[in-house]
Design a protein around this ligand. Structure first.
Ligand code: T4K
Length: 377
């Protein structure tokens, strides 16, 4: 078998026709208004509110800054319970706000926070839960809400991967006190760099908007210690053009995921993400889990071997955030506390998935995986 001539990356950004972007940029140029809540921001905010089915949405310059602002707006402090199976931005948003992240284990199927483990980790210092809809698979939103209600905690969702996820028809951003979306280039919907916060309460949204703009109320009044989280008009214009291209992108990704499932689903030692009734996922990642014993070689072997064929997969999310030097001394980072997350981090592999990926490439990637099955030295 021969390697691909060009690298096949884990993802590739959805690029709208350049003319469509230029047409929107022409409007920005004509307005001479290039950031600070201009017309493109207003249009994109409204379009995304409708698309995501959320009552209020504030655009940000990236998902990490949006998370920082959300933590502040919800007045989280002391300890916040979170998952180790995520990108470092999640616990960083807590640590940057002077909060101690408390890592707890994940559910073995969804790989999202286990509500029972969350409840056990609550102390008098706990003020909230920061849960991640990892790979766009929703958390057990009812289970987490019940725990939060019983203990008077806030629930903040990191929905970086969950742009189009719905639960029984409801947009993922309608759960909990607030949800962050990332619009990074590697996401299904993007503005190159960008993000947003969704929340249900108008007062909270006003507070978020002020935090996003230095805490300024008017030119002579600053109410709170804000930051600069504003999205530029160029980013918003790109976002509007990307949004127009989403339906075919999602359809293409759905078909590719179905193809992966058909070709790999019956391979011993390979598990795909679960298909949960009532849940429409975001089609952002194609994740497989490798059971080393049944597959015949480890996830790391497979990752390395695929690279030889120019298939550049990613081990999202290995290592666990609790293993990074900045968190590994925390008591909750003890490996004995996180056995399920630890197993998942050793097994997961994200395969290439993006709308412009050819089905024939997926077929070849699956053929390579099939050929490696059990026979890597
Ligand atoms: N919470 C969670 C759970 C997250 O996963 C993330 C971000 C955040 C919070 C923070 O949101 P943001 O502040 O980023 O909005 C990438 C993304 O940069 C990051 O947004 C994402 N999660 C994370 C899971 O993936 P890297 O370091 O793996 O990216 P990189 O540069 O290695 O890109 C991955 C592949 O994508 C490349 O191999 C090729 C392809 N690519 C990438 C870019 C940037 C392209 O083809 N074109 C491009 O322009 O973090």
């Amino acid at each position: 078998m021969t390697p691909f001539a060009e690298p096949i990356y884990v993802t590739s950004p959805l690029l709208p026709p350049l003319e469509a972007v230029m047409a929107r940029l022409a409007d920005v140029w004509a307005s001479r208004w290039i950031t600070n809540n201009g017309q493109q921001n207003v249009l994109l905010e409204a379009a995304l509110r409708a698309y995501l089915g959320v009552p209020a949405l504030s655009l940000f310059n990236n998902g990490t800054i949006a998370l920082l602002a959300a933590v502040r707006a919800l007045d989280l402090h002391g300890e916040v319970i979170t998952t180790p199976f995520t990108f470092p931005a999640t616990p960083h948003a807590l640590a940057w706000n002077g909060i101690t992240p408390v890592f707890v284990d994940v559910d073995p199927v969804r790989l999202t926070l286990n509500p029972r483990a969350v409840e056990k980790a609550i102390t008098p210092q706990t003020t909230g839960i920061l849960a991640v809809h990892v790979y766009g698979l929703p958390c057990d939103v009812d289970g987490l809400q019940q725990v939060a209600r019983r203990h008077g905690l806030k629930v903040l969702y990191d929905g970086a991967h969950a742009f189009a996820t719905t639960v029984n028809g409801a947009g993922i951003g309608t759960f909990g006190d607030m949800t962050m979306y990332s619009f990074h280039a590697t996401k299904l919907f993007h503005t190159a760099e960008g993000g947003a916060l969704a929340c249900g309460e108008p007062a909270l949204r006003e507070q978020v908007d002020r935090l996003r703009n230095f805490g300024i109320i008017d030119p002579e009044t600053v109410e709170s210690v804000g930051l600069n989280g504003k999205m530029s008009e160029m980013q918003a214009a790109l976002g509007l053009a990307v949004l127009d291209c989403l339906p075919p992108e999602i359809a293409a990704r759905k078909a590719l995921l179905a193809l992966y499932r058909r070709l790999l689903g019956n391979l011993a030692g390979v598990t795909m993400l679960p298909d949960i009734p009532g849940i429409e996922i975001s089609h952002q990642y194609c994740v497989i889990r490798i059971d080393e014993e049944r597959f015949g070689c480890s996830r790391d072997d497979l990752h390395r071997e695929l690279k030889k064929y120019n298939v550049i997969c990613r081990k999202y999310f290995f290592p666990l955030c609790s293993d990074y030097a900045c968190y590994s001394e925390l008591p909750s980072a003890d490996p004995a506390n996180l056995p399920t997350a630890r197993t998942a981090a050793r097994q997961v592999l994200c395969l290439p998935l993006y709308g412009s990926l050819q089905p024939s490439a997926v077929e070849y990637i699956c053929e390579i995986i099939g050929a490696l099955h059990g026979c890597v030295a």
